[in-house]
Ligand binder design. Sequence first.
Ligand SMILES: *[C@@H]1O[C@H](CO)[C@@H](O)[C@H](O)[C@H]1NC(C)=O
Ligand SMILES: *[C@@H]1O[C@H](CO)[C@@H](O)[C@H](O)[C@H]1NC(C)=O
Ligand SMILES: *[C@@H]1O[C@H](CO)[C@@H](O)[C@H](O)[C@H]1NC(C)=O
Ligand SMILES: *[C@@H]1O[C@H](CO)[C@@H](O)[C@H](O)[C@H]1NC(C)=O
Ligand SMILES: *[C@@H]1O[C@H](CO)[C@@H](O)[C@H](O)[C@H]1NC(C)=O
Length: 355
Amino acid sequence: MRAATTISLLAALGGAVAQEVYLGFNSGATTDSGATKTQDDFEKEFQAAQKLQHSPGLFNSIRLYTNIKPKTDNDPIEAFPAAVKTNTKLLLGMWCSGVGTIDNELTALEKAIEQYGKNFTDLVIGISVGSEDLYRVSESGIRNNAGKGQDAETIIAFIDSAREALKDTDLKDIPLGHIDTWTAWVNESNTDVIDRVDFVGANLFPYYEDDKGNDISNATTLFKDALNRTESAVGDKPVWITETGWPSTGPNFGQATATLENAQTYWNDVGCTLFGRRNTWYYILRDSNPDNEMKFALDPELDNKPIFNLTCPADSGAPASINNEESAAASITVSMMNTVALGLSMVFAMAAWIV
Ligand SMILES: *[C@@H]1O[C@H](CO)[C@@H](O)[C@H](O)[C@H]1NC(C)=O
Ligand SMILES: *[C@@H]1O[C@H](CO)[C@@H](O)[C@H](O)[C@H]1NC(C)=O
Ligand SMILES: *[C@@H]1O[C@H](CO)[C@@H](O)[C@H](O)[C@H]1NC(C)=O
Ligand SMILES: *[C@@H]1O[C@H](CO)[C@@H](O)[C@H](O)[C@H]1NC(C)=O
Ligand SMILES: *[C@@H]1O[C@H](CO)[C@@H](O)[C@H](O)[C@H]1NC(C)=O
């Protein structure tokens, strides 16, 4: 009886203390001019993410698209040591389109586990097998010349080989998922992929929904509707918001216009309703796709001074903005709070024993 009480109390407290909502940005393997990012580039980027002025929460997670350093067969991407150095949590990605196997992705990951050990694996919070592969083979992907993709059957085979390859490594218990556009998740042709993953990564860009009345004034409605339909299709699997954002420059798309004002409106009206409550990787701190004329970067110079004021509206429910001039003091406060939480959970556990 006593033991059971303690265990359930500990479980409840452990859950409360350990439960963390991830907050971060996407990060491509190259700069916006197509150059391979070095460890130094990644370090600057990850540091800038954590030090943004008036940041509504700490952006200390990064979603990657590949484990492979560009222009190599299977060398690990230099984002890994940069993450270790900056204590950045990683949502890993394996590039699955245009390949017959994911062996090179798995080899790069195994090399990184070997080289960096727990310093690296402790930072990994999820692994996505693929990125928008199902979208690229859909009607709209083909119409938009999105390039080579993969069908559901292939993605499932790749997920199975990733599970098999990781089962004896320190990453064996890390959630394995797939990231795709929300339209791919509501497509019944892809239901088997949902059954195979631990989490669903949804990319949602009302900006690109030119068939639905995508003026910025309708962005919140389009986002909520898309997320609702995704969650309805996905059932009880967790849905992570892996890409969302609105460009500040670039060509118009339907009724959508890329302006600084609209990028900020989208941040306030959509982003600020997610941060701190849902796992979110915003698109993007720094652009990395030279082929995309729309530019989404919030801090292209990586100087901690975002292109607009990131403070969320007071009634949005987002975390209060961090004054990064005092970031050192803030991180001390956070670690003190963690210590207090740990201490409290120990006190409760002891109290349960005494009762
Ligand atoms: C892990 O980090 C510690 C502390 O920085 C360092 O001493 C150790 O060499 C690192 N281990 C590996 C395998 O890189
Ligand atoms: C649904 O998926 C199938 C198979 O990939 C694809 O052919 C079809 O175009 C998709 N439908 C839509 C509306 O995207
Ligand atoms: C806004 O989006 C909804 C949902 O897709 C759509 O039905 C509606 O026509 C759009 N409104 C405008 C003003 O374009
Ligand atoms: C989607 O919206 C409908 C109508 O508002 C609601 O009944 C349903 O619970 C929502 N589904 C999810 C998964 O949020
Ligand atoms: C950003 O907004 C906050 C809250 O309104 C304000 O305190 C701060 O001075 C603003 N910062 C800049 C750089 O405009």
